[in-house]
Structures are given as C-alpha cells and as structure tokens.
Design a protein around this ligand. Sequence first.
Ligand SMILES: [Zn+2]
Length: 457
Amino acid sequence: MFDTLILGAEVLLPEGLFRVNVGLRDGVVAVVLPAGEDADARERIEAVGLTLLPGAIDTHVHVRAPGFAERGTVETETRAAAAGGVTTILEMPVTIPTTISVEQLRLRREHFAARSLVNFGLYAGLGGLDGAAACALKEAGALAFKIFTTGVPPGREAEFEGLACPSEGGQYRALEAAKAAGLPLVVHCENAGLLSLFGERSVEADKSSAAFMELSRPAICEAVAVAKLAVMNAEIGAKLHIAHVTSARTVDVLRRFAGLCDLTAEVCPQSLYANDADVDRVGVYGKTIPPIRGAADQVALWNALAEGIITQVATDHAPFDAIEKAASAENFAAAPAGVPGLEVLVPAMLDAVAQGRLTLAEAWRLVSASPAQRFGLTDRKGKIAVGCDADLILVDRAAVTEIRGDKLETQARGAARLYEGMRFQGQVKRTIVGGKTVYLNGAITGEAGDGAFVGPE
Ligand SMILES: [Zn+2]
C-alpha cells in the first residue's frame, strides 16, 4: 500500500524519459513500476499527458524574512516557490539580521520551519570568519556560505553585516574557511576597485537611463572578480561557486579557468530571457546587480549552458516592495536591485526545451541534479529514484504560462514587471513536497510548515 501513486505520466528518470508509474510512501519515492502495472494507494494521481520531473532546487533565493515583511515573508515567497515548481530553496543570508552566527542560524531555521511550504536550506555569511567558525556554522546547519566581493551598498549596512569582502585578503580568508568546513562558497562577483573607478566615471551620467547600469558596473568588474577568485582557489581548493553570471567576458574567464580549480557557476533566467532592451522598456524594475546585459551576452550565456561551462540556473529571486522600486523609478543608481523569479524558473526552462535550446534532461540537470550535486544533496534530491525524497512536479509541456503580476504568489508581484506578459511554453500543474501536494492547478494546497529543513549531510 502506497500513500500516493502517480499513473500514466512520462517520467524523467536518471536513465531517460519513460512512461512508468511512481509510488510514494513516507515522503520518499518507494517504487517505480512499469506502465500498466498498478498498485494500491490511498491517493491516485492520473497524469496521462503530463511529465513528472524532479522539483527544481533553487540555490539562490532571497526571502527577506524576518527583517523586511513588506518585501516578502517565508509564507509569501515559499508559496511562490510552490506555485513555480521549486521544491527546495537555499535562502541567502542578506536581511536583518544577517545569518552570520550559530545563534542567528538557529533562529532562522526555527522561523522557516514553522512557515515554509517548501524545503529550505540556509546560507551563512562568512565575511571575517575563520575555519573554526565556518565549521561551527556547518554544525548548526548551514548548507553553504555566501560573500560579496563588493563593499556594502550605501544605506544597507545592517543587511550586509558579515557579507562584504571587498579586499582580496578577505576573499582568500573566506575561501580558506569554506574549505575547512567542506561547504560551497557562493560569491557575488564584482571587483570593488573597478566598481569605484566606473562609479566615479559615471557620476555625471544620466541615471534615469538603463545605460547607466553598464556605465557604472561594466562586465569587466564581474570578470576580474571571478578570475581573481579562481586563481586564489587554485591554491586553496574550496568548492567555489559563482553567483549570477551575466556576461560573455565572464563566460570566457570560466572557460579558460575550467580545470584550474574547483569552480562552478550559475546563470539567472533574467539574464537568459531578457537583455538591456528589456531593462530600457521596464526601467528600474529590470535593475539587477550585476546588470542584465546586451543581446550578445545573452547568446554567450545560452552557449555556456550548452557547453557545460555554466552548470546551474538559479533565480536570485529578490523581492522588493513595488513602493520601494517606484520611489526611485527615475534613478538607476538609487533603485533597489533584483527581480522575483521563483514563478518563472520552471516555465522558462520548459520553454528552453520546447524551443530546442536544451533537452529535457539537460534542462533538469541545470535546475535540479546539478544543484543537488554541488550542494551535497545528491543522495536525497535532484532525481526521481527509489529512496529519494518525493519532491516532484507534474508539468504540462503543451500548455503555456503567461506571467502576469496579479496572478503571482510572491509579495513582490507589484514589482515583477520585467517578466510581465512573457509567455513560456510549459506549465506547472502540481508541486509535491515530501510526498504532499502543495500546489495544484493554480491553487496553493500546502500549508506553512510543510517544507523540511535541509542541512549538510
Ligand atoms: Zn542574490
């Protein structure tokens, strides 16, 4: 007797796409049966015409809780994850207070455990900490570490406490500490020295124009930061992961430095599906840091996925209140950076498959298998196999998802203008977290607390 039996779907197994029936019990995949072979189950899900996939694992999510309830709460943003087919999020430590101590990590974990609809892992900041402190954070449940190579954005000092490592010395030390704990170090890469040079040079530039982003934060800032880290990591050997790669120049660095050290990288949907012309169109609602770049960069990023130079797609889901964005609508220098992406990732990847850019197996390696592997979850997540967590999604590859702000679950729906009206071939029909359906055909069915904490193995 199974808890749930999913019948008639085409199922993405590690070996390929097969028409099989999948039985779930006690929150894990209990059996994979040949098509036509039935079994007893309390819940039967008829899924003919649908595709069963491992849920997406988004390793770059900002929830903002508990510090900024107006931007997003654990409930609102994990509802967005559920609706988007994202069954596990890794939450960034950028909020008030930042997650940089064992005590903060414990409080954060408790806060999420009571509220999250999807599984969650937690980052810790590593700025200024040593190997012993990194090991203590791991012991307390941190799944990975985050630093920025930039200074603190003016006015957001408290949100970035323990996260900014603008000096090479600080970055080297963070790599050493991450290495000691054996956890990935994820780095926001923009070289601080070059940022101040281009900041000075663009001081008189028109800040109401999207072009200000490229003038003040050109791709060279990103590429230099990545190159320096890679060289340092060749000596240290930490699990170095580059967040949100945006440019052809950085892809070039990654290509040349592949094999030099343990180095992986992610790209965000907004850098694949939008370019500077879209930012021109939507204004500060398309502001990200590093910026969304030109059409040639877009092509380079798609090619980097096909070549395996970039191994993950993650959202950098960054909710902001529409009022906050509107307050600096004419000022790219002052506007908060970030776009919400949790409800875009899976439809966007299904669309990439429909357009023939990637195979389904390649696309799901990017959003599920590869993140599971990089963040040490491969025994439990990232694939549909007996014994793995029942974190699954049923999608309709023939249906279209049209992104409409008023239909989004994220609290940042009012600021989600970059994707407004975009249509993706492919739609999430059902999201299952630990065996329980938390989203079904447009409605949230999960509850706060359905998601499980995901710690290091
Ligand atoms: Zn981020």
